[in-house]
Design a binder for this molecule. Sequence first.
Ligand SMILES: CC(C)(COP(=O)(O)OP(=O)(O)OC[C@H]1O[C@@H](n2cnc3c(N)ncnc32)[C@H](O)[C@@H]1OP(=O)(O)O)[C@@H](O)C(=O)NCCC(=O)NCCS
Length: 169
Amino acid sequence: MRDGTQVIIRPIRSEDEPMMVKFHETLSDRTVYLRYFTSLSLSRRTAHERLVRICTVDYEREMVLVAEHKDPQTEEQKILAVARLNELPSDRPDKTAEVAVLVSDRYQRQGLGTELLRRLMQIARDRKISRLVAEMLWDNLPIQVIFRNLGFTLRSPGDAASVQAVLDL
Ligand SMILES: CC(C)(COP(=O)(O)OP(=O)(O)OC[C@H]1O[C@@H](n2cnc3c(N)ncnc32)[C@H](O)[C@@H]1OP(=O)(O)O)[C@@H](O)C(=O)NCCC(=O)NCCS
């Protein structure tokens, strides 16, 4: 990360559920709102059924990456950020996938969000996905800056509350 902290970026695993609970405990209300477009409570975000679904990736259609840090003193491992790619169902041969990213408040502005999205873009290219899309709130300017810097085009669909980012690969 920008401050020199070492992280490992890897696919999520089913054993990550307890670390995912702790990760969600670190998120501010604002961060949750920006990611889910609503104030999803901690108990709903950490419900076992939900986390099992998130931690068990269907590699045919999706990918979830986590940025993990191991405290050198305590050896405690923490998840600092999570990013996902979901292929959208389609009858057409060209595949489109949606991406989203979520960084723990304390570790924002360290380059993690950008790096996770960069990795998902590479995974999408490797999987011959033709197009990436992402949806964000119109006032979520940080993520709009990031998508623009990564080459995405931003556009506003009819509804003024959100902005869509699109990248043809
Ligand atoms: C948006 C988010 C993913 C960004 O992740 P991050 O790791 O903090 O971002 P990065 O460190 O990669 O930032 C890259 C650039 O984006 C811009 N940026 C990021 N956060 C910013 C902020 N809070 N204010 C202004 N610009 C910001 C800056 O230009 C930054 O570069 P700089 O630090 O050199 O100036 C993170 O803030 C987050 O999880 N937000 C809540 C959830 C969310 O909005 N998810 C997106 C839904 S798709």
